[in-house]
Unconditional design. Structure first.
Length: 580
């Protein structure tokens, strides 16, 4: 009798726990579906989920922003109804992540980002043109996939018209992009609206040979571009050239806009996932720049170069032995050989590798002038591998020193190990595709630091490449905060870039204008890397001779992307469990 009574009590106690677990699991799935229903292009980019590849939401429309608010608030209300005491530690992380996602996105919706729909880095028209190339996230292998892409393209004119409405409102409220940003955009729009060799028609060349059905789709591409896409983009170009650009602001930073200082602080919190102040980040950047400059000076001495460090960095890449390439294909082949070598060394530092393979491809020519080297994660159904997209503007000028560190960052064990592995984890779907810049870009920069342990920085050129790449990320802390919070002009930013990194005018302009267009995005790299390094040292100190780099890396990667505060909590819990 007593045993049955105890069993009944245990069963009754288990009911709330089971209900809480089931409620959270259902909510996590609904969040995945609901979020990507709101942002289907992100679904294509992040997950490859075919359910969303035909859709295009006008997420810059006021009504859409209201739907976003309602979605995040509903998520928080449901989370409040879940008894956290009934959750396992991993379920507790899922709940914390859902809450963090909803709250941080609500915080950013306070600010009028929809009034700035265009910039040169990743605006929707350029993104869809890149998809049309067939070398990006939108799949274009089957007739059905081409049908989906055509449906998505047909939504672009409505987005363009909303963008014009928004920019008119921005002009009325004194919320505009800086003039140099829109000058870049104007050149992009001219290329996107071209009558000859229109980039959107690249998709038609990707059609499979399926007889009359392929010809029908090819004709639909031609009509869609001629009758819908080009007229919309010509309207947009005319508006930008005639009405918007002449009234754009001459200042560089977000703090020059109404409520811009608070807007920038909110972006800093979102991009770094920390409460670091802007002043602290700026000071950290200056310290890191000085430290790395001292290390570069030691390598410069190995080269026997007595010029200023700025001149040394500006011209060291001109040495013939450091510019051996004649064609883009040779650059890509060198990366492929380097990747094969790195792959054999990675088991020293990692228990396992992602199942998805890594490919190395050139970036789409349309975006090459403004793009950065980047990683595209694999599709969840295995139809697309992870891709390291390389920017090669002129092969003869492509220097070798930074290649190893760049591949470690964008490829493996950087973004490929982090993002491809995350998709393969046994986690709720929304967690398998989460992204936090401080975690992801921090991991990428941290992966560059592993080149020493992997033995790929064996010569002075590779060591220099690693240091100049790290310097570049430290400079970002100074420049981003300087431009957006401390009143720096674009010209001040250009001078700082040229003096510290030795860039020529064009390269300095490309990076400074990137930071102007993407406030706070560039802060994530160094903030994340330094936090991961600090956690590794904490673990090494706590575990002593029992510390194993492979175990530490598993702890960092095996729960998927986390805000840095949650990553720190995870490492602390692991260290407590590891005490003898």
């Amino acid at each position: 009798m007593r045993a049955r009574w105890i069993a009944a009590l245990l069963f009754a106690a288990a009911l709330p726990a089971a209900a809480a677990n089931a409620h959270l699991a259902t909510l996590a799935e609904r969040y995945y579906d609901g979020y990507y229903a709101l942002f289907p292009v992100e679904a294509t980019e992040n997950t490859g989920d075919p359910r969303f590849e035909a859709r295009l939401e006008i997420d810059i429309a006021p009504a859409h922003r209201q739907r976003q608010r309602a979605f995040y608030n509903a998520t928080l209300r449901e989370l409040d109804a879940i008894d956290t005491r009934a959750l396992t530690p991993d379920e507790g992380t899922t709940r914390a992540l859902l809450a963090y996602e909803a709250r941080s996105r609500l915080a950013l919706l306070r600010f009028p980002s929809h009034l700035l729909p265009l910039q040169q880095m990743d605006s929707l028209p350029s993104q869809l043109a890149e998809y049309a190339s067939g070398n990006a996230a939108q799949p274009l292998q089957t007739l059905a996939q081409h049908e989906h892409f055509l449906q998505r393209l047909q939504g672009l004119p409505a987005w363009v018209d909303q963008a014009i409405v928004n920019m008119r409102q921005g002009l009325a409220r004194g919320i505009t992009q800086p003039r140099p940003i829109m000058e870049r955009v104007l050149r992009q729009l001219e290329a996107l609206a071209a009558a000859e060799a229109n980039p959107f028609l690249q998709a038609a060349a990707r059609l499979p040979d399926a007889g009359p059905e392929s010809e029908r789709l090819r004709a639909r591409y031609a009509r869609t571009v001629k009758e819908q896409i080009r007229p919309a983009l010509l309207r947009l170009r005319a508006f930008v050239a005639e009405s918007y650009l002449p009234r754009c602001r001459d200042t560089a930073g977000l703090s020059d806009l109404p409520d811009g200082a608070a807007w920038y602080r909110a972006l800093v919190r979102a991009r770094t996932t920390t409460d670091l102040s802007v002043a602290d980040i700026h000071a950290l950047g200056l310290r890191e720049v000085a430290r790395i400059q001292r290390e570069i000076a030691a390598v410069q001495a190995e080269f026997g170069d007595i010029r200023s460090q700025s001149d040394f960095l500006a011209h060291v890449g001109e040495r013939p032995e450091l510019r051996p390439f004649k064609t883009e294909a040779e650059v890509l082949a060198a990366y492929a050989a380097l990747n094969r070598d790195i792959e054999t060394r990675l088991p020293r530092l990692f228990h396992h590798a992602p199942k998805a393979r890594l490919e190395i491809r050139p970036v789409d020519p349309l975006r090459a002038a403004t793009a950065s080297d980047a990683y595209t994660p694999p599709a969840q159904d295995g139809s697309r591998p992870g891709v390291f997209n390389v920017v090669v503007l002129k092969a003869a000028d492509y220097p070798t020193p930074g290649m190893a560190s760049l591949l470690l960052h964008e490829g493996q064990p950087g973004h490929h190990y982090q993002m491809a592995s995350q998709q393969e984890l046994d986690l709720p779907r929304f967690r398998r595709f989460l992204w936090y810049g401080a975690y992801g870009e921090g991991w990428g920069l941290y992966a560059e630091s592993l080149g020493g342990e992997l033995g790929v920085y064996g010569d002075r050129a590779a060591r220099l490449g690693r240091l100049t790449n790290e310097l570049h990320r430290a400079v970002r802390l100074v420049l981003d905060t300087g431009l957006h919070a401390m009143g720096w002009t674009r010209e001040q930013g250009l001078r700082y870039e040229r003096e510290v990194e030795g860039y020529d005018e064009a390269e300095a302009r490309r990076y400074v204008e990137r930071y102007m267009a993407w406030p706070a995005q560039a802060l994530a790299y160094k903030i994340g890397e330094l936090r991961i390094l600090a956690l590794r040292e904490k673990a090494r100190t706590a575990l002593g001779p029992r510390f194993d780099m492979r175990d530490f890396h598993a702890q960092v990667l095996d729960a998927g992307a986390l805000p840095l505060s949650l990553l720190e909590r995870r490492i602390d819990d692991w260290l407590k469990e590891s005490r003898p």
